[in-house]
Design a protein around this ligand. Structure first.
Ligand code: C2O
Length: 535
């Protein structure tokens, strides 16, 4: 194992897209930011120095950070922000994971422009369990706003409405030629006929679940969220914010130019958003004058495609890469996802959109939750987050009142070390119907079941897949339905859990789990690093 060092300078830089130039926050002046290349088993040291007039923190999305929440990054959860002029070194080991993950700012909406890929190569001598591609490329899907994101969010909060949708979707930071002034802001990937490519696809968009396809080329899904899957071939993939998908593509078409394209899957009805980002797959020696073909993407509301696509995702589950699904459950959690209107004195209409889990809208503390936990600081959070919603009701019917009247709180759930947890996330039909990509920090979990309508604790568990369910760190809870996940709580610390739609995170669709220490000497949270920022 090696030690890999990276220097991340947080700098503001002017970037132009869609005929506008605006200052954005970047890492090392790059947008998207640099890719981190590591090998399974490596120790990684990323020194972040903040030269911008914004508070900063960086999250290594999907890395488990075993006993080491100090390197996880969400502001006010595992650390205080890195202030202007300060530095902090994220120091972590990459253990038991290989594949594609990503990093992003984890404070306010700054991940709009502060993000990049993490490529984890398997240990030397451990071949990938699929035909080895000859070349590879990182494909990061994102969003672009013409205006300062901060201003847009502020405006939205004042009006009590969602902020405007982004002005473009992007592929590797570039919207592609279907947008104005974007001919030169088009990502192109060159391929050689007959060769096999691995695409490491990341959805870094703030608020959109996306379809992605390549004209004339099928994709074979081999890995999601840095876990190998049973390979299957598809015309298009569906990827929620936070998720990663590795696909193998064969350049076997007649040499030409082909569009890759990304477009949202059923946005909230309030922000219908059909914009298509494109990039180009170009066979070697084909001139730029040949106009590319557009791929067929599923229709924006193609729920049938979404259900069928997600049902094909299975863990590889071989002897070398087993799916260790907890068969017995020690702790049952049932969280309802509510979106609603709450009173707001500073808002124009006196109300504001909020979001809740079990009718609790999460309030961020002023100090890091992990510090409060580690140093036993009282009064920062409570551990009385309810295991069930206050009243059972028909969640996907018309439950208006049962889901309103949320309370505010910094309430967490305490989980016993090494216990097995089942969490059912239940969508409700309040105000907006849309899927919610839920992300748990510090863990991968198994997606053992999902369905439309109300979860039935008597009938649905019988249909769970406990053999080869997909293992991941972010799962899209379907529109008007539920998802059940299982994991073993073997990583002590305080772990954030939230909807990866930035809009919903901001409205309070989040909480955290306090996983207690075990008795063994290697079962407790490590001491904090000396340079950990203070509040
Ligand atoms: Cu990718 Cu808490 O986030």
């Amino acid at each position: 194992a090696a030690v890999k060092r990276y220097q991340f300078d947080i700098q503001v830089r002017k970037v132009s897209r869609l005929c506008h130039a605006k200052p954005i926050v970047t890492v090392n002046g790059r947008f998207p930011g640099p890719t981190i290349y590591v090998r399974e088993g490596d120790r990684v040291l990323v020194n972040v120095t903040n030269y911008a007039q914004y508070n900063m923190s960086i999250h290594w999305h999907g890395l488990k950070q075993f006993r080491n929440g100090w390197a996880d990054g969400p502001a006010y959860v595992t650390q205080c922000p890195i202030k202007t002029g300060q530095s902090y070194t994220y120091d972590f080991n990459v253990k038991g994971q290989r594949g594609t993950l990503w990093w992003h700012a984890h404070i306010f909406w700054l991940r709009a422009t502060v993000y990049g890929a993490i490529v984890i190569m398997p240990k030397l001598g451990n071949p990938v369990p699929f035909p080895r591609p000859q070349m590879e490329e990182v494909i990061i899907l994102g969003e672009w706003w013409n205006y300062d994101v901060e201003e847009i969010v502020k405006q939205g909060n004042k009006l009590g409405l969602p902020p405007y949708a982004s002005d473009a979707h992007t592929i590797n930071g570039k919207p592609g030629p279907l947008f104005p002034c974007s001919e030169k802001h088009t990502f192109a990937m060159e391929v050689e006929q007959g060769k096999t490519y691995l695409l490491r696809i990341i959805n870094a968009a703030l608020n959109d679940e996306l379809f992605f396809a390549i004209a004339g080329h099928k994709m074979t899904v081999v890995e999601i969220d840095a876990v190998y899957t049973k390979p299957f071939t598809t015309e298009a993939i569906l990827i929620a914010p936070g998720q990663t998908t590795n696909v193998v593509v064969q350049a076997t078409q007649s040499p030409g130019r082909y569009f890759m394209a990304a477009r949202p899957f059923m946005d909230a009805p309030l922000s219908i958003d059909n914009k298509t980002a494109t990039a180009i797959l170009r066979y070697k020696c084909i001139p730029n004058t040949v106009f590319p073909l557009l791929p067929q993407l599923p229709a924006p509301n193609d729920t049938a495609f979404a259900l069928s696509y997600n049902s094909k995702l299975r863990s590889l589950n071989t002897r070398q890469f087993p799916a260790n699904v907890p068969l017995k459950v020690d702790r049952h959690l049932f969280y309802t996802i509510g979106l609603g209107m709450n009173p707001c004195s500073s808002c124009l209409n006196g109300t504001q959109l909020t979001a809740s889990l079990n009718n609790i809208t999460f309030v961020m503390p002023q100090v890091g939750l992990l510090q409060a936990h580690y140093f036993n600081i009282n009064g920062v959070f409570t551990t009385d987050f309810p295991d069930n919603p206050p009243t059972p009701f028909n969640y996907t019917g018309a439950p208006l009142t049962a889901n309103l009247g949320t309370t505010l709180g910094t309430r967490l759930s305490k989980i016993a070390y090494n216990s097995t947890v089942q969490l059912v996330l239940q969508g409700t039909n309040l105000l907006i119907v849309e899927s919610h990509p839920f992300h748990l920090h510090g863990y991968n979990f198994f997606v053992v079941g999902t369905g439309i309508g109300n979860f039935d604790p008597k009938k649905d568990p019988a249909k769970f897949n406990l053999v080869d369910p997909p293992e991941r760190n972010t799962v899209a809870v379907p529109t008007g339905g539920w998802t059940a996940i299982r994991f073993r709580a073997d990583n002590p610390g305080v772990w954030f859990m939230h909807c990866h739609l930035e809009l919903h995170t901001g409205w309070g669709l989040k909480t955290a789990l306090v996983v207690e220490n075990g008795k063994g000497s290697d079962q407790s949270v490590l001491p904090p690093p000396k340079d950990l920022p203070s509040c």
